[in-house]
Design a binder for this molecule. Structure first.
Ligand SMILES: NC(=O)c1ccc[n+]([C@@H]2O[C@H](COP(=O)([O-])OP(=O)(O)OC[C@H]3O[C@@H](n4cnc5c(N)ncnc54)[C@H](O)[C@@H]3O)[C@@H](O)[C@H]2O)c1
Length: 303
């Protein structure tokens, strides 16, 4: 029982990774707000069933949970989700910003609607829920924020400009949150998961590379992500903040952060011509290969 007495909010917990995190946190004694707006894969409609089913699974197993159906994608939604935790359980200790959608399209075809839908759900949604919880965590001097990033942003992917921008933005949000909240005993970390869920089922598989990537992901269960999330939410992870972890089947990874890897300096300063002359023998050697997440993680997962 690593989370006994803690109050957790998990967004997008009606399915996939969020559902597994909500179930495991409840098994570890947390009282859970299961948020999910129950959207269809295409983004239309809203239903309460996914969140309700997870709540009933938790209560049947002897845990405590309540459902919330607000969308994370507005400030009002974020406030309502956190209010549900406070009204039902009196407090909020843990926030897992997990709700997500995909609207994949090549950059030259992506619409404003597809851009906004993904940025609003992932990036603004993570901000909206965190913004509602942060004053309460600051006041009680304890809190855990866990945000879902993706190797689509950290490494790269084709056809995901909106999603990659949102997910790398989430890392910036996490780092800033960790720095702002550190003095109040509140940590913020990112998880970059790999798991076969409905969301991955919406990735187009028209090219061979896309098919190969999705076939690999099919082998990975969302249940593998939950232990790391529950650990980061526990007292045991007090000194872990501002970090990015990856979970791929039975493998857990720690990602590096952006730092200069090399420097060049010229006593007279740089001209375009001088740069063109010196670049190939210096910075060029340290360029990061332009590749997709699937190309980088080209080995089979341990499942
Ligand atoms: N599955 C993977 O391999 C993978 C890889 C990288 C990142 N992620 C991230 O993990 C998180 C969970 O993804 P998943 O694969 O479990 O997807 P999923 O589609 O199975 O679950 C996401 C849930 O979020 C809910 N949701 C969507 N928009 C919402 C909103 N505005 N408000 C409230 N709920 C909303 C959906 O109804 C759905 O139940 C996402 O943030 C995703 O970007 C997943």
């Amino acid at each position: 029982m690593m989370l006994k007495g803690k109050i957790a909010v998990v967004t997008g917990a009606g399915r996939g990774i969020g559902r597994e995190i909500a179930l495991l946190m409840a098994r570890h004694g947390a009282q859970v707000v299961v948020n999910d707006y129950g959207g269809s894969a295409a983004g239309s409609g809203a239903e309460s069933a996914p969140a309700d089913e997870v709540v009933s699974e938790i209560t049947k197993a002897g845990g405590k949970a309540t459902a919330n159906y607000d969308s994370v994608a507005s400030m009002a939604g974020g406030q309502a989700i956190i209010k549900k935790a406070v009204d039902t359980f009196g407090r909020v200790d843990i926030v897992v910003n997990n709700a997500g959608i995909l609207r994949d399209r090549m950059i030259f075809n992506m619409t404003e609607e597809e851009w906004d839908a993904v940025i609003n759900t992932h990036l603004k949604g993570s901000f909206a829920v965190t913004r509602a919880a942060a004053p309460l965590m600051r006041e009680q001097k304890w809190g855990r924020i866990i945000n879902m990033t993706s190797t689509s942003g950290l490494i790269g992917n084709v056809g995901q400009a909106n999603y990659a921008a949102a997910k790398l933005g989430i890392f910036g949000l996490t780092k800033a949150t960790a720095l702002d909240m550190g003095r109040y005993n509140v940590t913020a970390n990112c998880i970059s998961p790999f798991a076969w869920t409905r969301m991955i089922g919406t990735i187009p598989t028209s090219t061979e590379a896309q098919q190969a990537r999705v076939e690999k992901i099919k082998k990975m269960s969302p249940a593998h992500i939950a232990p790391l999330a529950a650990f980061l939410a526990s007292d045991a992870a007090q000194n872990v903040s501002g970090q990015i972890f990856g979970v791929r089947g039975k493998e857990i990874m720690l990602f590096g952060h952006h730092r200069p890897v090399t420097r060049i300096h010229h006593a007279e300063g740089w001209t375009v011509e001088r740069l063109a002359e010196i670049f190939p023998g210096t910075l060029q050697h340290h360029l990061v290969p332009l590749e997709t997440s699937g190309q980088y993680f080209n080995y089979d997962p341990l499942v």
